[in-house]
Design a protein around this ligand. Structure first.
Ligand SMILES: Nc1ncnc2c1ncn2[C@@H]1O[C@H](COP(=O)(O)OP(=O)(O)OP(=O)(O)O)[C@@H](O)[C@H]1O
Length: 205
């Protein structure tokens, strides 16, 4: 499940998995046909990845997301949900005024370190072509001070993180990181696997 930051009411989308439709995973339209067009460098990255067609969840949600709707999607594992939010994030950030180094434009929260690493890797394929966007991974298992220093040094226009480390990073003002101020520029919030995230029972302490 994911959400775009937009003025209009959300809409629930049921995405088909790889085994449905005509039997192939990517059978719901070519990327060139996305309304208003995708950025040429995004299309180039998709060609590099050999992704010729959108999956059903991508073809339904990407246009909604790109028109600033709030989107909630439910689709089976492996149906291509990651690209369904990664591409709109980039398109939305490309349309806004350039973000400064410490301004966060998108925050992707996911329940496990493994998922965060996977999303970070997928995103990196795309941001490789957009050096104006910095991205940072906030997950447990490393020294939080290193994350603070990394953010201050290289910035984090797009953050991918797990809840525990993110909460920690939001409380690091005494170490020189004022993340609550940095997210004032937030355009997109993604709650990946929102059902699992909410089951985890994170509460304000
Ligand atoms: N349009 C596409 N064409 C071909 N392959 C794709 C396409 N979109 C995504 N994939 C590939 O399909 C696989 C599953 O995608 P992804 O991990 O985004 O699924 P998911 O729905 O997020 O799965 P999970 O529920 O496990 O997180 C990945 O290997 C990804 O690279």
């Amino acid at each position: 499940m994911f959400q775009g930051d937009g003025p209009e009411a959300g809409r629930e989308v049921q995405g088909d998995g790889p085994e449905t439709g005509s039997g192939t995973m990517a059978d719901s339209g070519v990327w060139d046909n996305v309304e208003n067009g995708l950025h040429p460098l995004i299309l180039q990255t998709l060609r590099e990845l050999h992704f010729t067609h959108m999956t059903p969840v991508q073809s339904v949600t990407i246009p909604l997301f790109m028109s600033n709707k709030d989107v909630a999607a439910e689709a089976i594992t492996g149906s291509g949900k990651t690209l369904a939010f990664v591409i709109p994030i980039l398109e939305i950030l490309l349309k806004r005024e350039k973000l400064k180094k410490l301004q966060v434009g998108a925050l992707i929260i996911t329940p496990t370190r493994e998922l965060a690493i996977q999303i970070d890797e997928v995103l990196r394929h795309f941001t490789f072509h957009f050096p104006q966007f910095s991205q940072i991974l906030f997950i447990g298992g490393s020294n939080p001070i290193e994350d603070v220093e990394k953010f201050l040094k290289q910035g984090g226009n797009i953050i991918v993180g797990t809840p525990g480390r993110l909460v920690d990073m939001f409380r690091r003002q005494s170490d020189g990181l004022d993340l609550p101020s940095c997210v004032k520029t937030l355009e997109v919030l993604v709650l990946d696997e929102a059902d699992r995230l909410l089951e985890m029972g994170f509460e304000a302490r």
